[in-house]
Design a protein around this ligand. Structure first.
Ligand code: NDP
Length: 244
């Protein structure tokens, strides 16, 4: 994608696999000094082997204090993508405390934690910045068997709006990206069974799921100056499946 981020410093969470992994590579290729954060060192080592310019941070986002310290140590960040998330497959009646706690710790609380540290620096420097929160079609549409995940993404939708209201005066833009199914490790966990994926595909006007690159392109656009007046938006990368 022909978008450059030279002179900017970018942080991507959940960059050890899937969308975050490719996003970190794309941002680095676009000239950003890129920090890839995840919790499995082997994944980060692999990313670093592919692009030695990428700097890696190994921390569990569910650990508030360790995460805060790790992000504070990075110095100025101009572009942030809160991409990491976990997904537990249960019914609503099966949700246990550990599941809902872990889901909200990683998918919501960590977004608050990391964004506070990054936004604090953006405010102090007075030059604005861009944040993308990775939501999902599940932030707007109730998907079966992932109740805590959908609730967490619904929380992200509103979190983005309140962040926009408060931080816009500092020229900090915050937007959501809402992908449909992408066959990453997370996507396969939920959609590998054709009995589930085929009806979903049939309901999708374009009759296909998203590729990682489709999501990466949407994020890159929202991080770039080309989307300068887009703030508090949710950009659906879903082939029209949520169109009503
Ligand atoms: P993956 O499961 O493929 O990758 C998620 C990454 O986040 C992994 O590197 C994982 O590390 C990391 N991560 C998870 N928990 C933590 C944690 N506690 N601390 C640090 N890192 C963590 O997911 P995707 O790439 O598919 O998803 C990326 C984003 O896109 C998510 O926000 C997801 O909700 C969203 N999305 C995905 C869709 C899909 O169909 N794939 C559809 C809609 C939205 P590790 O593996 O070591 O746990």
């Amino acid at each position: 994608m022909d978008i450059r981020f030279d002179g900017r410093r970018a942080l991507v969470t959940g960059a050890g696999k899937g969308i975050g992994y490719e996003l970190a590579k794309a941002l680095a290729a676009g000239g950003a000094e890129t920090f890839a954060l995840s919790r499995t060192q082997a994944d980060l080592d692999q990313l670093k082997a592919e692009n030695p310019d990428i700097r890696t941070v190994c921390v569990d986002l569910a650990d508030w204090a360790a995460t805060r310290k790790a992000v504070e140590e990075l110095g100025p960040i101009h572009l942030l993508v809160n991409n990491a998330a976990v997904l537990h497959c249960t019914t609503f009646m099966e949700i246990e405390e550990a599941e809902i706690k872990n889901t909200f710790d990683v998918n919501v609380h960590a977004v608050v934690n990391v964004s506070q540290v990054v936004a604090q620096g953006m405010i102090a420097r007075g030059k604005g910045g861009a944040i993308v929160n990775m939501s999902s079609i599940g932030g707007r549409v109730a998907l079966e068997n992932v109740p805590s995940y959908c609730a967490s993404k619904g929380a992200i939708e509103m979190l983005t709006k309140v962040m926009t209201r408060e931080l816009g005066q500092h020229q900090i833009r915050i937007n959501n990206v809402n992908p449909t199914v992408v066959m990453t490790a997370m996507g396969k966990k939920l959609w590998s069974d054709p009995a589930k994926s085929e009806p979903m595909m049939k309901r999708t006007p374009q009759r296909k799921f998203a590729e990682v690159k489709d999501v990466v392109h949407a994020v890159m656009f929202l991080l770039s100056d080309q989307s300068d007046m887009i703030n508090g938006a949710s950009l659906f990368v879903d082939g029209g499946v949520t169109a009503v």
